[in-house]
Design a protein around this ligand. Structure first.
Ligand SMILES: NC(=O)c1ccc[n+]([C@@H]2O[C@H](COP(=O)([O-])OP(=O)(O)OC[C@H]3O[C@@H](n4cnc5c(N)ncnc54)[C@H](O)[C@@H]3O)[C@@H](O)[C@H]2O)c1
Ligand SMILES: C[C@@H](CO)CCC[C@@H](C)[C@H]1CC[C@H]2[C@@H]3[C@H](O)C=C4C[C@@H](O)CC[C@]4(C)[C@H]3CC[C@]12C
Length: 380
């Protein structure tokens, strides 16, 4: 992928390109990767917003497909230079079975790796998660840690288990020979909790607040810090990694990078209030309104209800033992590894990230639009 002023030649594939993060990666690639000739967007569910992108100079190819189907993945990967594998089943609420989560996240990733090997695609960027590290089941804090900070990563929940296994597959595949004899170069990005335009959980909290007359009730102590990162910066990091992977293969191949930016360290609820506050919501209480033991009881009751009701209806409340433990365990990163290895600097300041997110939350009131979740990245 030598730098050139000639006609664009590169073909990229983004799996999960119609999801929350995937859409931002797709739009960021179109704006920030001048060498792009074709962008393939592979997803189980294609968004109608893709249509508007098809009129630009880059060929945008929408591919409806399933990562668990090896032949569909291989057909999409064939002829691409870089694969950004973002598709995944993100579920900590019990919507999908552990088996399905494993199939999509682990088998799906294996299919992507094998497709690269068979078709000769040399560069693979995997969207992993902070959850491959923690918080662990013991609730140990991870305070401003980096990629080398020792931490006992112990998982029980199907989602972090699947992300950890998939990440391991991707990293172990680094150096395998692809068709044609060249080595596969892989790396994994580990976002903390992503926020920004299109964030479903933020939307859920907003709607919950509206239902309670503009109020949300504090459940997590303000002292518990939760790592958050703006979706535009996570997308930018993917674009940059994909771009730099060839030139810096010996350094970057097989590496993991936390995704970070200048978003402040706050509790999950206080952080959400940075956006929901300006949209008219109030967080009631300076301390949790319910004692922790009662929250544990309610979360356990929710889990029991989910299990009992499963044959009749899918009951998936925000509060369950796992989400409560996550929200109550400090997990924040402080690192400059991405900057050292491939020159990453956040493209959006905290002020911009905040303004864009607030703007999106405010627009939720006006009902669903016809476009995608996020606007263009063109900046003044
Ligand atoms: N949201 C976060 O806070 C966060 C944090 C860290 C890592 N991640 C990771 O980022 C990635 C994207 O997450 P997101 O928040 O955008 O989730 P999302 O659910 O919005 O997007 C995932 C996309 O993958 C697609 N997909 C799911 N199953 C598929 C299948 N079998 N075949 C093809 N496509 C399939 C979905 O249709 C969806 O468009 C995931 O891999 C997730 O683990 C997310
Ligand atoms: C106790 C509740 C009262 O308000 C608060 C519950 C909050 C939880 C729903 C969220 C707290 C932490 C979130 C997770 C975290 O940000 C990181 C994640 C990693 C990523 O790979 C997927 C999403 C998530 C698991 C995210 C999900 C929602 C929380 C558990």
């Amino acid at each position: 992928m030598a730098q050139s002023t000639q006609a664009p030649t590169l073909v990229y594939l983004v799996t999960g390109g119609c999801g929350f993060l995937g859409e931002h990666i797709v739009r960021m690639l179109l704006e920030q990767e001048p060498r792009l000739r074709e962008l393939r967007v592979f997803d189980l569910h294609l968004g109608s917003w893709l249509e508007e992108l098809k009129t630009g100079p880059v060929q945008v190819t929408a591919i409806q497909g399933d990562v668990t189907e090896a032949h569909e993945v291989a057909a999409a990967v064939a002829g691409s230079h870089v694969v950004i594998h973002t598709a995944g089943l993100v579920d900590v609420f019990g919507k999908a079975s552990p088996k399905t989560i494993h199939k999509v996240n682990v088998q799906g990733t294996q299919n992507v790796i094998e497709a690269c090997i068979r078709t000769g695609t040399q560069f693979l960027v995997y969207t992993s998660s902070m959850e491959v590290v923690g918080p662990n089941v013991k609730g140990h804090p991870f305070y401003r840690g980096n990629e080398d900070t020792p931490y006992e990563a112990v998982h029980q929940h199907p989602y972090p288990c699947s992300k950890a296994l998939a990440e391991q597959l991707v990293l172990e595949a680094n150096g395998r020979k692809v068709n044609g004899g060249l080595p596969l170069v892989t790396c994994a990005l580990r976002p903390t909790g992503i926020y920004g335009e299109g964030h479903q959980i933020m939307r859920d909290f907003y709607n919950q607040g509206l239902r309670f007359g503009g109020r949300l009730f504090r459940a997590v102590p303000a002292s518990v810090e939760h790592g958050r990162v703006y979706v535009g910066n996570v997308a930018w990091m993917h674009v940059l990694v994909a771009r730099e992977l060839e030139q810096r293969a010996p350094l970057m191949g097989g590496q993991v990078y936390f995704c970070y930016d200048k978003s402040p360290y706050k509790s999950y609820e206080d952080f959400n209030m940075e956006f929901l506050g300006p949209c008219g919501l109030r967080l009631i209480g300076t301390h949790p309104l319910l004692p922790y033991w009662l929250l544990v009881l309610l979360a356990t009751l929710n889990a029991l209800l989910q299990w009992l009701l499963r044959p009749l209806v899918l009951y998936t409340p925000l509060l369950n033992p796992y989400t409560l433990a996550m929200a109550n365990t400090t997990f924040t990163v402080s690192t400059n590894k991405a900057q050292r290895h491939f020159g990453y600097k956040p493209i959006f300041s905290w002020e911009e990230s905040k303004a864009r997110t607030i703007h999106w939350v405010q627009a939720l009131d006006q009902g669903p639009g016809t476009g995608g979740h996020c606007g263009p990245y063109s900046r003044s």
